[in-house]
Ligand binder design. Structure first.
Ligand code: FES
Length: 178
């Protein structure tokens, strides 16, 4: 995933700060990764490379650990985060169809973030609303009995909100140029 403007500097500063306040033992790798993720929201490749450098361990070891534990995310959270439940109840009534519908609409795969960072898509285990299966959580709002048609509606509403936001920002930008 391409870094945003100024993101590289923020990542480097964050890693330097976290490494400064931790011992440089290999055993501290997980807490270090957790702290970095808590601050940045995910674990960028650059951060993992710098952590490896700081702890004098191979970058592959850091990357391996980050991919092994599903508490770590390797992609930035999207502005709109969609989580599709694939717990047993949701799986049995078409959870995977719901997931595939989002993948098609967002043009990304589960676990990814769209290049414009508007959308991220994840699969999750039971979110505790089995009677509403299949369930998706869209920006913390639980959507129940989701169908591919409902996915279209959700995406339409999200796109609409994004367009309105972009429109609102336009006059300010135009005004700035004048
Ligand atoms: S299995 Fe999806 S909400 Fe319980």
């Amino acid at each position: 995933m391409q870094l945003l403007k100024d993101e590289k500097e923020q990542i480097l500063a964050c890693v330097a700060e976290v490494l400064k306040s931790n011992s440089k033992n290999r055993e501290d790798l997980i807490p270090i990764l957790q702290k970095i993720q808590a601050i940045i929201g995910y674990l960028p490749e650059l951060a993992m490379a710098k952590i490896a450098e700081g702890l004098h361990v191979p970058a592959a070891d850091v990357y391996g650990l980050a991919t092994f534990y599903n508490q770590f995310r390797l992609n930035p959270p999207g502005k709109h985060q969609v989580k599709v439940c694939l717990g047993t109840a949701c799986y049995m009534v078409g959870g995977t169809i719901v997931l595939e519908s989002f993948e098609r609409r967002m043009e990304i795969r589960e676990g990814e973030t769209s290049p414009d960072r508007l959308y991220s898509l994840e699969r999750v285990a039971c979110v505790g609303c089995c009677t509403m299966a299949p369930v998706a959580v869209v920006d913390e709002v639980v959507e129940g009995k989701v169908t591919p048609t409902r996915v279209d509606g959700i995406m339409l509403a999200l796109n609409e909100a994004n367009n309105q936001n972009a429109e609102k920002q336009k006059p300010e930008q135009d005004g700035g140029k004048a």
